[in-house]
Design a protein around this ligand. Structure first.
Ligand code: SF4
Length: 446
C-alpha cells in the first residue's frame, strides 16, 4: 500500500541537507508521495529505509520507460484519476503499427513520418514515440528485416510481437537498445523474465482481459520484473475503456497494486475507419492507456492527437510559458518597432500571430512573469515599471535597434509614465492596443 508523505518522511534522514534539490526532507517526502521525485535523488537514505520505501513510494501505476537516449519516454506513474486533481505525470505513448505483411512503401512512409512529423507548440515538440512491429506472416526473415530497418532509423521506442525464436534473433539486432516484447504470460513467465533480464527488454503481458493480464503481471513483479506492460487483448473500444478505467480506479482508490500497470491499447484494431480510429485513440489516451497504437502517423493524425495529448498531460496548476527573451517576427531590422509583453504562452501566441499577420518586421520582447497574462501580471506586481525597465536594459535589445521606442500593451497604459522614467536615457514608451487583434492596423500606421 502506498505511504503518505508523513510516513515517508519518518523513514528519511531528516537532516534537511538539500542534496536532493529540495529545501527539506519533508518537501522531498511530499514529492515522493506524489510520484514527482525518485528515491535515488536522496543519497543519504539507509539501505533498510530504502527497501521499505522503494516499493511503498512507487506510484500506484508502475512506470515503464521505452525508447533510448533523447527519444526515451515514460508511461504510467499516475497518481490521480483526473487531471484537475493534481496533474498527470507521463504522457501516453503513441506508436504506429507496422508489420511484415505491409508493402515496403507503406513501411517507409510511416517510418519517415515517425522521425519527421513533429510540431512545435508552446515550447513543446509534439511527435509520436515509436513503432509496434508485428510478425503478421510468421516469417522470421522478413520480420527481422523490418526490425533492422526500424532500428536503423533511430532511437524511438520499439515493441516486438513475434515468437520466441524470432525474438531472440531480433534481440541481437536491438542489442544495446531498450525495447519491449509482447507475448509474455503466466505460463512462460520464467523464460520471459530470463530473456527480458538478459536483453534489457520490457515484457508485455498478453492475456484475454484485464483480470488475467494483471494477475500474470503480478507474477512477473513477484519474480523480479521491475517494468511490465499489459496488453489485455481489447479489440473494441467499450472493453478497452471499461477495463482501463476500472483498473485505474482499483489501483488508485482501492490501492490494488496488482492492477497498477500501464496498458497498451490498439485503436488500429478496433475499426477500419481512420476518423473513428482517431476518435478511439484520443479517448484511449485520455482514459487511461499507457500506450496507444495507431495505423498511421500521417501529419493530419499526429497533429490533433498530440495536441490533445498535450492538453491532457500538462500540469493544470502551472500556466504554459514561453522563455524570456527577444523574438524576431518578420525579420526585423534596426528601425523595426519593439513590443513588450508577458510570457503567458497564450499571450505570446495571440500577439505573435497578429504581428506576423501584419507583415511588419517587429521585435517582440517576452518578459518572464511566471506565465501570467498582462493584467494579472500587472496586478501581481510582476509586469510593472521597476521590473520591466531592468529587463529591457539587460535583454540586449538596445544593441539590435537604432531607436529607443517601446510599445506596451494598452491594458497597462497607466504604467507608461513610470516605465519611461525607469528606462530613462531617452527612451519613449508608446501605448499599444488593448486587443491583439488591433495590432496589425496599429503596426501598419506606426
Ligand atoms: S537529500 Fe535526503 S536527507 Fe538531504 S534533504 Fe533531501 S531527503 Fe533530506
Amino acid at each position: 500500500m502506498a505511504l503518505t508523505g508523513i510516513q515517508i518522511y519518518k523513514l528519511l534522514p531528516q537532516t534537511n541537507c538539500k542534496d536532493c534539490g529540495d529545501p527539506t526532507c519533508l518537501a522531498f517526502a511530499m514529492k515522493l508521495a506524489a510520484g514527482k521525485a525518485e528515491l535515488s535523488q536522496c543519497p543519504h537514505v539507509s539501505d533498510e529505509a530504502k527497501s521499505q520505501l522503494a516499493e511503498a513510494s512507487a506510484p500506484p501505476i508502475r512506470v515503464v520507460t521505452l525508447g533510448n537516449g533523447d527519444a526515451a519516454f515514460k508511461c504510467g506513474g499516475e497518481t490521480v484519476k483526473y487531471r484537475h486533481e493534481k496533474t498527470f505525470v507521463n504522457a501516453c505513448g503513441i506508436l504506429v503499427y507496422l508489420s511484415n505483411d505491409m508493402d515496403d512503401a507503406k513501411v517507409d512512409a510511416e517510418l519517415k513520418n515517425l522521425y519527421e512529423v513533429s510540431f512545435e507548440r508552446v515550447g513543446y515538440t509534439l511527435a509520436a514515440n515509436g513503432a509496434y512491429l508485428a510478425d503478421a506472416k510468421g516469417d522470421k526473415d522478413s520480420f527481422l528485416a523490418l526490425v533492422k530497418k526500424v532500428a536503423a532509423a533511430g532511437d524511438k521506442a520499439i515493441v516486438l510481437e513475434c515468437d520466441m525464436d524470432t525474438l531472440s534473433a531480433a534481440a541481437e539486432i536491438l542489442k544495446g537498445k531498450k525495447f519491449a516484447a509482447a507475448g509474455a504470460n503466466a505460463d512462460n513467465a520464467e523464460a520471459c523474465i530470463e530473456f527480458c533480464n538478459a536483453n534489457g527488454c520490457v515484457p508485455v503481458i498478453t492475456a484475454d482481459g484485464m483480470a488475467a493480464a494483471s494477475e500474470a503481471g503480478a507474477k512477473f513483479v513477484a519474480k523480479g520484473s521491475k517494468e511490465v506492460l499489459i496488453d489485455a487483448g481489447w479489440t473494441d473500444i467499450r472493453s478497452a475503456l471499461t477495463e482501463n478505467i476500472g483498473a485505474r480506479r482499483a489501483a488508485l482508490d482501492k490501492k490494488m497494486r496488482d492492477v497498477g500497470f500501464p496498458t497498451i491499447s490498439f485503436a488500429c484494431k478496433m475499426t477500419d475507419d481512420l476518423f473513428t480510429e482517431m476518435a478511439y485513440a484520443n479517448m484511449l489516451l485520455a482514459k487511461y492507456s499507457g500506450i496507444v497504437v495507431i495505423s498511421t502517423l500521417d501529419p493530419a493524425v499526429v497533429l490533433p492527437t498530440t495536441v490533445n495529448r498535450l492538453n491532457i498531460y500538462t500540469d493544470p496548476q502551472r500556466p504554459m510559458t514561453m522563455d524570456q527573451g527577444i523574438y524576431e517576427i518578420n525579420a526585423p531590422g534596426p528601425d523595426s518597432p519593439v513590443i513588450i509583453t508577458t510570457n503567458f504562452a497564450l499571450t505570446y501566441f495571440v500577439v505573435s500571430a497578429e504581428v506576423e499577420a501584419s507583415r511588419v518586421p517587429t521585435w517582440l520582447l517576452i518578459m518572464d512573469t511566471e506565465g501570467m497574462s498582462v493584467l494579472t501580471a500587472w496586478s501581481a506586481g510582476k509586469f510593472v515599471a521597476d521590473a520591466m525597465a531592468p529587463f529591457v536594459k539587460k535583454s540586449g535589445i538596445e544593441e539590435k535597434i537604432n531607436h529607443k521606442k517601446i510599445i506596451i500593451p494598452g491594458y497597462v497604459a497607466q504604467i507608461s509614465g513610470e516605465f519611461q522614467e525607469e528606462l530613462g536615457d531617452g527612451w519613449e514608451v508608446v501605448i499599444g492596443t488593448r486587443e491583439a487583434a488591433d495590432l496589425p492596423k496599429f503596426l501598419k500606421d506606426y
